[in-house]
Design a protein around this ligand. Structure first.
Ligand SMILES: Cc1cc2nc3c(=O)[nH]c(=O)nc-3n(C[C@H](O)[C@H](O)[C@H](O)COP(=O)(O)OP(=O)(O)OC[C@H]3O[C@@H](n4cnc5c(N)ncnc54)[C@H](O)[C@@H]3O)c2cc1C
Ligand SMILES: NC(=O)c1ccc[n+]([C@@H]2O[C@H](COP(=O)([O-])OP(=O)(O)OC[C@H]3O[C@@H](n4cnc5c(N)ncnc54)[C@H](O)[C@@H]3O)[C@@H](O)[C@H]2O)c1
Length: 449
């Protein structure tokens, strides 16, 4: 017998779970399907577990920065204990999420979904039909098309490594490579190499602040190579040789582990979207502002859609719009992205919101650039942080904040205040007039605009 639902949600991550709950709360019959235990990338294989490892390595960084300032302990990281600490969070998430869904009356199912028609899917050999579908299948590591690609360790596998490798190479110099390189270096690995094909890592972040992060990264002992395109990976016994093309010729790096950090692509190949009449491109499933696909009965959101940035809060916001329109039965709400803050959780962290200096110039905007290194500010001195600073773009005439770019401790929270101020249209003078608790990282903000 074919099971039939009002809504089937494909993907149990941030962009999917909220939609399933909204529909179930409205009395719809709902199934939520994931090929893995529910929770998705952020909670199980991304943001949250990664930041638990960073919490441990923050202890190492803190002790290093406080050396000679009265703190005498010099900690070291026990890798298996750190991974167990991470699991103390991630292991509990699927039962919590799935239990909550079942309590809400949602059928929680597992397996790889494939469309067989505009209102039917196949799951583990069974046919399921629904009036509506919501696709939230996320992203996967991109294929590099280089010899030896099969030797790459994914970010998911990295977060589960039972032992710390001593020599590790990262292919790419984006979010994943930079964050993980900082983790593993502070955890004690001797040779950590980042291989980035562009002329700088973190291409979407401010070049001046990234320059400061590069200094900090190299001081930490990470070998960061730019204009370094990985062309081949070979395995001999337990060892890998990575061949890198550089402007002056070819180099090799020998290591115990090679980690994928060259970007992620929409996870949609296996869905047979053609059968459902859902159009897509390399950027993902085509959606309108209501998050509706080219099949009016099917919505999509998050990393698998060709919509906003691939970040957790963006996935959640898109899911909310999809859910509201599903329940309304019409395109009642459009996705509107406020200024979206984004943080690279290296130590120091780099944070950004709004326009880059280059983008603001390209748009012909007239603005003042407030750029300063803040190593001699109290908030940096107090914690012994050396690589700290900001670049804030303030529009001439209006005083509007066009973009804020920060590096240093506290920047992951300061950037949210900038995002709030920008979203509310607050001017530089209004921010200066705010009274923030002192001493705090927030209390520096008035001096940045
Ligand atoms: C290592 C790492 C660190 C990150 N750190 C951050 C961070 O600090 N901050 C931030 O904002 N973002 C971060 N991100 C990005 C963030 O995790 C994603 O943007 C977000 O999780 C996307 O949510 P989603 O619901 O769209 O997809 P996902 O959470 O990936 O959920 C998709 C789900 O669909 C399932 N699925 C896929 N195909 C099928 C199928 N055919 N059938 C059934 N199920 C299927 C998958 O198993 C998965 O559980 C990070 C990503 C990674 C990889
Ligand atoms: N803190 C966060 O918010 C966070 C953290 C991790 C991941 N993420 C999400 O996951 C996505 C994927 O992260 P990522 O780090 O894999 O990708 P990324 O897009 O951040 O960086 C990929 C880098 O790899 C380089 N590259 C590509 N091919 C290469 C090659 N052959 N040799 C050398 N360098 C090469 C690119 O130039 C680029 O700099 C991010 O875009 C983001 O959406 C977010």
């Amino acid at each position: 017998m074919t099971r039939t639902y009002d809504l089937i949600v494909i993907g149990g991550g941030t962009a999917g779970n909220g939609v399933a709950r909204m529909a179930a709360d409205a009395g719809w019959s709902v199934a939520s399907i994931d090929s893995e235990p529910h929770g998705g990338t952020c909670a199980l294989r991304g943001c949250d577990p990664k930041k638990m490892l960073i919490a441990v390595t923050e202890g190492v960084e803190w002790a290093e920065n406080m050396k000679g300032k009265g703190l005498e302990a010099q900690p070291s990281v026990n890798w298996p204990d750190m991974i167990a600490f991470k699991r103390s969070f991630t292991d509990n998430m699927p039962p919590r999420i799935e239990g909550g869904m079942e309590k809400a009356g949602i059928d929680v199912l597992h397996g790889e979904v494939r469309f067989t028609g505009s209102d039917t899917i196949e799951l583990n050999g069974e046919t399921l039909t629904a009036k509506h579908f919501h696709i939230a299948t996320g992203a996967r590591p991109m294929t590099l098309n280089i010899p030896g690609e099969e030797h790459l360790t994914t970010s998911t596998e990295f977060l589960e490594l039972p032992e710390r490798p001593d020599r590790i190479a990262f292919v790419g110099g984006g979010f994943i490579a930079m964050e993980f390189a900082h983790i593993v270096k502070r955890a004690g690995s001797n040779e950590v190499t980042v291989l980035e094909m562009a002329d700088r890592p973190l291409g979407n972040f401010d070049p001046d602040l990234v320059g400061m992060l590069v200094e900090g990264t190299e001081e930490l002992g990470i070998d960061l190579r730019t204009k370094a395109k990985v062309a081949k990976i070979e395995k001999q016994g337990d060892e890998f040789t990575v061949t890198v093309e550089r402007p002056d010729g070819t180099e090799t790096v020998t290591c115990d582990l090679v980690v994928h950090g060259t970007g992620r692509v929409p996870n949609i190949e296996g869905l047979n979207l053609e059968a459902a009449g859902v159009e897509y491109s390399r950027r993902g499933i085509k959606v309108n502002e209501a998050m509706r696909t080219t099949n009016p009965a099917i919505f999509a959101a998050g990393d698998c859609a060709d919509s906003g940035l691939n970040l957790t809060p963006v996935s959640a916001a898109e899911g909310r719009i999809a859910g509201k329109n599903l329940l309304a039965g019409e395109d009642a709400r459009e996705i509107k992205y406020p200024p979206i803050p984004s943080v690279v959780f290296t130590l120091p962290m780099v944070a950004t919101v709004g326009l880059s200096e280059a983008a603001a110039r390209d748009q012909g905007l007239k603005f003042d650039v407030h750029f300063e290194k803040t190593g001699d500010w109290y908030s940096s001195l107090r914690v012994g942080a050396k690589h700290t600073g900001f670049k804030v773009l303030v529009e001439q005439g209006t005083g509007q904040i066009l973009g804020a770019h920060l590096i240093g401790p506290g920047s992951e929270e300061q950037i949210n205040l900038f995002a709030m101020a920008m979203g509310a249209g607050q001017t530089a003078n209004q921010i200066k007039a705010m009274i923030f608790a002192y001493p705090s990282y927030a209390s520096d903000i008035g001096s940045m605009v």
